[in-house]
Design a protein around this ligand. Structure first.
Ligand code: MSP
Length: 529
């Protein structure tokens, strides 16, 4: 499986929106690995273009020094969040620039490109060209010409450049979508692109910018006056990183990309321009990406996050300050983002919402189940896992056992639709059911009964097995917590594999459990309901 995230702009430090795309991609990559498949996750940074050049000037640095610094911030964040990428590509790297130059040269040599002048609107924050019609369609309170995507002011430009025909590929793309109905998910995004294609596309896509306006870009091999347009440059990373044009074997081993994660704001670039660029480069329908998944937008309350509103949420602050009392703060953050909203929809971020999830789902439910189970194994079984009931399960146990072994198919179904929140909901339903089972089975009463030992051990074995299943299935979502529970169960270095979550019973009786400090300690901010 080859999975990608967008390349993040390095004009500013990463925020929660960026972290969301990467966590989602990481979660799916980890899920495939848990299933025993090989998954290659690519991420990186988009480092050229006008707005990055402007940001560097504002910071009093050269563009190269500036992008080097910010790219490190992104890498540091992915380390903190456990984003398990296999390659990190920067568009300023020579390996990428070579491929971009070769693609431009090829399109030029094959006479695919047109040399002409564009007159219209340009949005620098989005680094996107807009037509008069697009700009008129933008609904902005100021009434001035604005970007239909980000609503910030656009500027009128008149630029000589090199253009790729777009409209002539429109019938091809429409046909492609007709026969690849699952190319874009969720389906609402597919419909958005299908209806966009009912109107004529702009005649051309510009692939260059004049060097005298934008100095910070990849030089165009056949024109000294131009650098490469940042979107053409950036989209090609998905093929340059895996050896396109240079290493046939490596490229064939990865391409086509299986899942390309993006935010809904860059859907048009990925679902229209990107396939048309590949088509122009001679890629067949079978060589198109398999799936583009567009997620929703994180807002702060009802507001968009933006520098001018001063409401940008920095994940380093959320993890290091807001959640400072949590030993698994990064996993709490991951859980919140993946659980809070159905994938594809917009979400509202607030500290209060994180604390509610932390308190209700993690501390009271998950943490409580693990802690109670292992404390009772300590107390009643001298810290060694008891054997399963010798004569099959008691009637009370069967529903819980069935839910536990039935969890994997439910997760597989949800993950097949990239519905992280549904998969997590299913895991948490099992947690709730197991907590209820504790109340009903009341091991503390069994411990007092003269002939209760046999049943007590059976109950604790059930709970330990459920905890094992939870530890395995949580891995893609909360990798550090999953590992911690695994160690607390005494499973040590044994790998977690999804297929083992359906094997029941599976724990070695007599296995010594590990130390089991509380996973989600309560602090003043974590209220008890
Ligand atoms: N550089 C381009 C992508 C080029 S890919 C070849 C770009 N970069 S970005 O840094 O602006 O955005 C990258 C990702 O972050 C996008 O998927 C975008 O949707 C996501 N987010 C940025 N802000 C966001 C929110 N407020 N909420 C959720 N995700 C958003 O676009």
């Amino acid at each position: 499986m080859y999975l990608t995230t967008p390349l993040y702009y390095v004009n500013a430090s990463p925020h929660i929106g960026h972290s969301y795309t990467s966590i989602a991609a990481d979660c799916l990559a980890r899920y495939y690995r848990l299933k025993g498949e090989r998954a290659f996750l690519l991420t990186g940074t988009d480092e050229h273009g006008q707005k990055i050049e402007q940001a560097a000037i504002a910071a009093g640095k050269t563009p190269q020094v500036f992008v080097d610094d910010v790219a490190e911030r992104f890498k540091a964040l992915w380390r903190l969040l456990g984003v398990s990428y296999d390659d990190f590509i920067r568009t300023t790297e020579e390996r990428h620039q070579r491929v971009v130059r070769a693609c431009l040269a090829r399109l030029h040599d094959e006479r695919t490109l047109l040399h002409t002048t564009y007159e219209g609107w340009y949005c620098t924050p989005c680094e996107t060209f807009w037509t008069q019609h697009d700009v008129e369609a933008a609904v902005v309170p100021s009434g001035s010409a604005a970007c239909p995507s980000c609503t910030r002011p656009v500027e009128q430009v008149k630029e000589d450049g090199w253009y790729l025909p777009l409209r002539e590929s429109q019938p091809w793309l429409q046909n492609f979508l007709r026969s690849h109905k699952t190319f874009i998910q969720p389906s609402s995004r597919f419909n958005e692109i299908a209806s966009l294609l009912e109107q004529p596309l702009p005649e051309y896509l510009c692939l260059t910018r004049p060097r005298q306006r934008v100095g910070w870009g990849i030089p165009v091999p056949f024109s000294e006056q131009h650098v490469t347009y940042v979107w053409f440059d950036a989209l090609l990373n998905y093929i340059s990183a895996v050896g396109y044009g240079e290493d046939r074997e490596r490229f064939a081993a990865h391409w086509p990309a299986d899942v390309q994660f993006i935010g809904k704001d860059i859907l048009r670039h990925h679902a229209v321009y990107w396939p048309i660029i590949l088509h122009a480069l001679g890629f067949s329908d079978e060589q198109m990406p398999r799936l583009i998944v567009a997620h929703g937008w994180w807002k702060i309350g009802e507001q968009k996050m933006s520098k001018s509103l001063g409401n940008i949420i920095d994940p380093f602050v959320v993890i290091g300050t807001v959640l400072k009392d949590q030993p698994y703060a990064a996993d709490v953050y991951r859980y919140f983002l993946l659980r809070e909203i159905p994938f594809g929809q917009d979400g509202s971020f607030s500290e209060e919402a994180i604390f509610t999830r932390l308190s209700a789902d993690l501390a009271n439910d998950l943490g409580n189940l693990v802690n109670r189970t292992l404390s009772m194994v300590d107390r009643y079984c001298h810290g060694r896992l008891p054997a399963p009931a010798a004569i099959g399960c008691a009637v009370d146990d069967e529903p819980l056992r069935r839910s536990a072994v039935g969890l994997v198919p439910t997760i597989e179904e949800a993950m097949g639709r990239v519905e992280f929140s549904e998969a997590l909901e299913a895991i948490m339903r099992l947690v709730t059911q197991a907590n209820r089972y504790i109340e009903v089975a009341a091991p503390w009463k069994l411990a007092k009964e003269a002939d209760g030992a046999h049943r007590l051990h059976a109950v604790l074995n059930m709970l330990a097995e459920v905890t094992r299943v939870i530890s395995i299935t949580l891995e893609p979502f909360m990798p550090s917590v999953a590992q911690a529970i695994w160690q607390q169960l005494g499973c040590g270095r044994a790998p977690r594999r999804l297929q083992d979550a359906t094997r029941w019973p599976s724990l070695a009786s007599g296995q010594a459990i590990g130390p089991h400090p509380v996973l989600f300690p309560r602090s003043d901010s974590v209220s008890t309901p």
